[in-house]
Write a protein that binds this ligand. Structure first.
Ligand SMILES: Nc1nc2c(ncn2[C@@H]2O[C@H](COP(=O)(O)OP(=O)(O)OP(=O)(O)O)[C@@H](O)[C@H]2O)c(=O)[nH]1
Length: 462
């Protein structure tokens, strides 16, 4: 073999794209890698002008570089990205070396191009992983998990990426990125019909690029149903418990097995998800605890009604709302001769009467009205957007509901409690204590006038 032949053979074997372009911008040499990049053979490119092969846009972009080299004889190195019509994007490291003749004229350019797409794709994944973890400090952003899956799908060249939770044998897709398959977030499947069950059985990251030849997958129900030939999935472990699985899959086989870099990337994506989900869990647990505590703080333990603090807030809010529109009605309600009930039957029976009476009152009002246990055997009903006329019937219904309440004792004896009700409409210049006082004064009148009745504050009361 001649030296020329050996050189030619070596250049043909290189993954580096090599070309030689003359002053007329014609391809004088291209190796197979270079031609393959354009889906052509070297024979199809030789002697052709650059403008025949490159898109107009690409040509205009590189022309100033070529002009520069032909004018100055300086070599050049730069990076570029090319997007193909099918959407594939390649990142290229490009080197131009001038060919100079004895008279110092630049007669051509050697073009050496490395496809560094894999490198940049890895950088992209790492950057997205960082963003997902970094953002968690502020607020969990579900969109960032979608973004992570999207980048993962592109990076691995698969059809679908999912982050799924597993609870009581049910597999729920929490996040999904797919252009090609019909799955959406919220989809639930029996765990046994998904590859997740294979991951969980292995209890570590697993992958295949040809499920039809892989005993772990080919007998699996999911393979029969979806025919996914390529899969990589890793368990998501939170607080030492399996939360779910991060998985990427594709219908077709993959020519090359997953590389070590790709496998480590999936592992890192899994760790990023674990971090975000764990934090989200802590956050929602805290919110739930706070809501529970707020509920406890505003609830009366005996009757389950709103307590005094909640009642005072309702009055404050009603007064604010009154400024913008209709008024409201406050009624103060007190059980009659309750001391006698306690003294006769005992405190526990007294409690039962309070509970039964509370239920009767709650059932008698509208959902927009509030029944409050202010303390002891004293209650308050706040009727939103009401006046004397519209509230009279409701309060009469409340009074009657308690009167109709029957508490039967073990001995067979029955107690029929009654309540007295004092009511007042709101005035524009009211505050919490003035309106409450008027209703309380009316209650006092109701007691004096014989109990078991509704009495309205008169206009002269202040
Ligand atoms: N069982 C029970 N009794 C309570 C509770 N809170 C307050 N009481 C009692 O309710 C009674 C209220 O009695 P009084 O304020 O004297 O009035 P009354 O006997 O209802 O008579 P009038 O209001 O005048 O009709 C007292 O004996 C309190 O001990 C409670 O949570 N449970």
């Amino acid at each position: 073999m001649t030296k020329h032949h050996i050189t030619h053979r070596i250049i043909e074997q290189l993954p580096t794209m090599v070309a030689y372009v003359d002053r007329d911008r014609l391809f004088r040499y291209v190796n197979t890698s270079y031609a393959g990049f354009f889906d052509l053979t070297p024979q199809e490119m030789l002697g052709k002008p650059l403008t025949d092969v490159l898109s107009e846009e690409s040509y205009q972009r590189i022309k100033p570089n070529h002009d520069h080299i032909f004018a100055t004889g300086e070599k050049m190195e730069f990076s570029d990205s090319v997007t193909f019509r099918n959407g594939r994007k390649s990142f290229l490291d490009i080197r131009y070396l001038p060919e100079i003749d004895e008279q110092d004229n630049v007669i051509g350019i050697y073009v050496l191009i490395e496809d560094v797409s894999d490198y940049y794709a890895s950088v992209d994944v790492m950057r997205t992983i960082h963003e997902v973890i970094h953002k968690r400090g502020r607020r969990i952003d579900p969109a960032s998990i979608d973004e992570l899956l999207k980048v993962g799908v592109e990076y691995l060249g698969v059809d679908i990426g999912t982050a799924s939770s597993i609870q009581n044998g049910t597999y729920t897709i929490e996040w999904v990125q797919t252009a090609k398959m019909d799955f959406s977030a919220g989809t639930q499947l029996p765990l046994a019909t998904t590859y997740c069950s294979v991951v969980l059985k292995a209890n570590h990251l697993i992958y295949t690029n040809d499920a039809s030849k892989d005993s772990r997958f080919k007998e699996h129900a999911s393979y029969q149903t979806y025919g996914l030939e390529t899969y990589i999935g890793t368990p998501l472990i939170i607080n030492d418990q399996v939360w779910g699985v991060l998985g990427f899959a594709r219908k077709s086989k993959r020519a090359e097995p997953f590389t070590e870099l790709e496998i480590e990337m999936v592992r890192m994506m899994g760790t990023a998800l674990e971090t975000v989900i764990a934090e989200q869990k802590i956050r929602s647990d805290l919110i739930r605890q706070r809501d529970d505590m707020a509920l406890i703080a505003y609830t009366d333990a005996l009757t389950g009604l709103k307590n005094r603090s909640a009642g005072m807030e309702i009055l404050e809010q009603s007064l604010v709302r009154q400024n913008g529109g209709r008024g409201f009605v406050v009624s103060v309600i007190d059980f009659d001769h309750f001391k006698t009930i306690n003294d006769t039957y005992g405190h526990d029976i007294g409690d039962k009467v309070l509970i039964a009476g509370s239920e009767a009152m709650s059932a008698a009002v509208r959902s927009s009205d509030s029944v409050v246990r202010v303390g002891g055997e004293e209650f308050m009903v706040v009727l939103a957007y009401a006046d004397h006329e519209s509230a009279s019937q409701v309060l009469e219904r409340v009074r009657a509901a308690v009167e109709e309440t029957v508490v039967t004792l073990d001995s067979g004896e029955v107690i029929n409690p009654t309540v007295s009700v004092g009511a007042s409409e709101s005035h524009p210049d009211d505050d919490v204590s003035s309106i409450y006082r008027r209703a309380d004064q009316a209650l006092y009148k109701a007691k004096r006038e014989g109990r078991n009745r509704v009495v309205w504050a008169s206009e002269s009361d202040v």
